[in-house]
Design a protein around this ligand. Structure first.
Ligand SMILES: *Cc1c(COP(=O)(O)O)cnc(C)c1O
Length: 458
């Protein structure tokens, strides 16, 4: 499989190069040159086996013989449910697909447990090492750390805003006892952390010296790994389901769209947002215009510009990278994106619906689900369950449950009066020793720190 950039100017690459590159060098996102048909899955039941089969057309021989299947078995062996991503019925026509049984309790584990291992495999083949740097306000940092903590060719440094992550989120990062894992509490906010990371990538000499890399949500391999659970879940129901997806960067729902495109039996999609509702306004009213980010109870959806939307836009533009780059340039300049009527008719109408749930409605939904089913759900999942109920039609609806309730105990307790407990493998999280470094919001000091811990030698 070859991959092309959504902005049309970067060279075509194979899977392993796309994996390591992340972003294309024209600023675009990599997309497979063609959509493969769904492989024959007859007789496959194990999640790891299905995952290897679904991803094999995208990976080809790039990881070596049999390696994809081995890595899938290792990655999904870290999940604490025999079904990996169990489907739970909550109402006559409503299901939850629980994606939070991985090591850090959020759906990002499904992709990052595999992608970390793929990185290490390709680096092994090439005799290379890299340094991953990233900024986090919570979920992504812990999932990235857990995904690479056993990787011999990778050092990872994650910056987080000192005092501004939840205790659970911080401890999930700082208690990982692995020599290649380093966390930094920056004296600043999340934007400061992100600016420091951007500045490190912008410093070409530093980037090359330390072989800097990222595992952010624009990496194709993350989108690819998420296709699998749409395939397994839709196979379980007798009728084509609607999937309802709590959405931030549009990566998760894009993976569903690709599964549908490959032939999975999927009726349509509901995009759920919180008060940061740019996608809901776009789908319902054709208005894609940016506003300021509002902090909510579902912080992983507090996003205004959904980076993975560019991949769908490229498709809507008939895979014309020049047109896509031009349209995004106008969007950046004016804060507004407009689509042609025929693009909407072909790609949005009839296939995407959307609803918005602010914090009050989210809390009410957590309370209602608990009262009716006894289940505790996290605030991200609750926006999805609410949207699914609001827009449900004749089809069965599967809402993606993207985080374990214990990751957001304050909101869940506020809604229900019950404080969700951590699952057994994390029950002693608050007794484990923390290991972190405090640094000022200063690029030179942060770079000095990264240089001191990285084992990459230029
Ligand atoms: C990252 C995340 C989301 C949003 O997923 P996208 O792929 O960015 O749309 C939703 N819920 C939780 C808990 C997350 O961690």
């Amino acid at each position: 499989m070859r991959y092309v950039s959504s902005r049309g100017l970067a060279p075509d690459l194979g899977f392993a190069d796309v994996l390591l590159a992340g972003l294309a060098n024209d600023g675009g996102l990599y997309m497979p040159a063609t959509w493969p048909a769904m492989p024959d899955l007859t007789g496959l039941h194990d999640y790891a086996d299905i995952a290897a089969a679904v991803m094999s057309p995208f990976v080809g021989d790039d990881l070596g013989d049999g390696a994809l299947a081995d890595l899938c078995r290792e990655a999904y062996g870290t999940f604490r449910h025999p079904a990996v991503v169990p489907l739970v019925q909550i109402d006559e026509r409503q299901w939850l697909l629980e994606l939070f049984h991985g090591p850090t309790l959020a759906f990002k584990d499904v992709a990052l447990q595999l992608v970390g291992r793929m990185f290490d495999r390709v680096l092994d083949q090439r005799g290379q090492r890299i340094t991953i740097v990233g900024a986090t306000s919570g979920d992504t940092g812990s999932a990235a750390i857990d995904g690479v903590k056993q990787c011999g060719n990778i050092d990872i440094v994650i910056l987080y805003p000192s005092g501004r992550t939840s205790d659970v989120q911080r401890r999930q990062m700082t208690t990982v006892d692995s020599p290649n894992v380093h966390t930094v509490a920056v004296d600043g906010n999340f934007d400061d952390c992100q600016d420091l990371v951007k500045a490190m990538f912008g410093d070409a000499a530093f980037r090359d010296e330390l072989q800097l890399s990222a595992v952010n949500s624009i990496n194709w391999a993350r989108v690819m790994a998420q296709i699998v659970y749409y395939v397994t879940a839709s196979r379980t129901l007798a009728e084509s389901p609607t999937f309802c997806v709590p959405t931030g960067n549009f990566g998760n729902v894009l993976s569903g769209w690709i599964a549908q495109r490959m032939g999975a039996s999927i009726h349509d999609f509901i995009v759920a947002s919180n008060s940061n509702d740019i996608l809901t306004r776009f789908i319902n009213d054709g208005d894609m215009s940016t506003r300021d980010v509002i902090p909510t109870l579902s912080p992983s959806m507090d996003i205004q510009v959904s980076s993975n939307f560019e991949r769908l836009l490229f498709e809507m533009n008939g895979r014309d990278g020049g047109l896509t780059a031009e349209q995004l340039g106008r969007f950046r300049a004016t804060g507004r994106l407009t689509l042609e009527a025929d693009q909407r008719a072909e790609f949005i109408d009839g296939n995407f619906r959307a609803a918005r749930f602010d914090d009050d409605r989210t809390l009410a939904e957590i309370r209602r689900v608990h009262a009716e089913t006894g289940l505790l759900v996290d605030p991200h999942t609750a926006t999805g369950i609410g949207a699914a109920r609001e827009l449900a039609g004749d089809q069965p609806v599967i809402t993606l449950s993207t985080a374990h309730p214990a990751k957001f105990p304050d909101a869940v307790e506020r809604a229900t009066g019950v404080r969700p407990g951590l699952p057994p493998h994390l029950a002693d999280l608050f007794e484990r020793p923390e290991r972190t470094h405090s640094l000022p919001n200063d690029l030179a000091e942060v770079q000095q720190f990264v240089r001191s811990v990285s084992r990459v030698r230029a």
